[in-house]
Design a protein around this ligand. Structure first.
Ligand SMILES: NC(=O)c1ccc[n+]([C@@H]2O[C@H](COP(=O)([O-])OP(=O)(O)OC[C@H]3O[C@@H](n4cnc5c(N)ncnc54)[C@H](OP(=O)(O)O)[C@@H]3O)[C@@H](O)[C@H]2O)c1
Length: 314
């Protein structure tokens, strides 16, 4: 398995990461309805078997359940596992101590002494300044509980500011986790990708399959359960709009013996400085998504996908 660094010289990770927002989340993903702990445990094992040992989670996923599942599964294996988790800057978290406490709680749920990456989940920090927040994370790096610092949903400008605050402490901002897929390309049009490349910050692409749409499995007759049902992107007009994209993914996939999901993820994997975080609910989805790495579509096909998805730059 080839690896890539988080940021210029941060920890080495695999070229695809497994996303675990759905692990324990009932509200959005319908956990407990058509998948449960057994499927998640199989997904975890399938990832390790395929050589992927890096998982993205957050303290809020499943109200802590996602981290707890990971902690339990990690302790059933001898293989090294890397965890990226997130701190939520909530209104009532006003002091550096609240950050230290949140990290302690995440480490307890994960049953780990340290993690690979600690990310600020969103840029709005209410009464706490970015400076206080990021300086506290810098101190945590120095104390060894986190290897690297990341942010999430930061604009180009917010990301650059965060980079400067950490740089003053001798630490490089490793990542910015943002929504990025063939059906959401504002990361490019809003200048985040270019700025990240300039500063050597890795873009962690969340929802890289547009929450399942890019698999091509959702149709008027086959809609998802849970909250996605009421999202216009999953309704008739939305599905009609993406039809040409799914057709092109299918056509390219036929040439390489790949599924539309694998081609959609490969489009991100092919890019410099981008690592997709693919959400997986079971072993089959893990195996399929891991098939997005280890090959590269041709430049011509990459450009065809770029052209057909230009409406999603807006
Ligand atoms: N920083 C943030 O604010 C933020 C926000 C969102 C996500 N994230 C992170 O990014 C990760 C991924 O994003 P996401 O979960 O929103 O969306 P995604 O990766 O675009 O889509 C994941 C969903 O697509 C379906 N799927 C995945 N692979 C498939 C396959 N090979 N075949 C068929 N269906 C497949 C599954 O749901 P169904 O089977 O139910 O369709 C799965 O839960 C999250 O888990 C989380 O770690 C972060």
């Amino acid at each position: 398995m080839t690896t890539t660094t988080l940021g210029k010289n941060g920890p080495n990770v695999t070229p695809i990461i497994i996303g675990t927002w759905s692990w324990g989340d009932t509200k959005y993903w319908d956990y407990g309805n058509n998948y449960g702990e057994t499927e998640l445990e199989s997904a975890f094992k399938a990832a390790l078997e395929a050589g992927i040992n890096c998982f993205d989670t957050a303290e809020i996923y499943g109200q802590g359940l996602s981290e707890k599942f990971l902690g339990k599964f990690i302790h059933q294996t001898q293989q090294p596992v890397q965890i990226l988790t997130k701190y939520g800057p909530k209104l009532w978290r006003v002091s550096p101590q609240s950050i230290n406490n949140a990290l302690t709680a995440s480490l307890q749920r994960l049953m780990l002494p340290k993690i690979t990456l600690y990310q600020v989940h969103w840029p709005l920090t209410y009464l706490m300044s970015q400076k206080t927040l990021l300086n506290t994370l810098a101190s945590e790096v120095k104390q060894g509980r986190i290897e690297a610092v990341g942010v999430s949903k930061y604009s180009a400008e917010q990301m650059e500011k965060a980079y400067e605050i950490l740089a003053a402490r001798g630490i490089k901002l490793a990542t910015n986790q943002v929504r990025y897929s063939l059906l959401y390309r504002r990361t490019e049009s809003q200048g985040i990708l270019d700025k990240a490349r300039e500063l050597g910050i890795t873009i962690l692409a969340y929802s890289p399959l547009a929450k399942g749409l890019l698999t091509g499995k959702y149709t008027k007759e086959n809609l998802p359960t849970g909250a996605r049902k009421s999202n216009p992107r999953f309704q008739n007009k939305g599905l009609e709009k993406i039809e040409p994209v799914i057709s092109l993914l299918t056509k390219i996939g036929e040439k390489y013996g790949k599924t539309p999901a694998q081609v959609a993820l490969n489009w991100l994997v092919c890019q410099d400085n981008v690592i997709p975080i693919a959400g997986c609910k079971n072993a089959e989805q893990v195996r399929q998504n891991v098939g997005a790495i280890g090959w590269e579509m041709g430049e011509n096909e990459f450009n065809q996908l770029e052209q057909i998805t230009r409406p999603w730059l807006q």
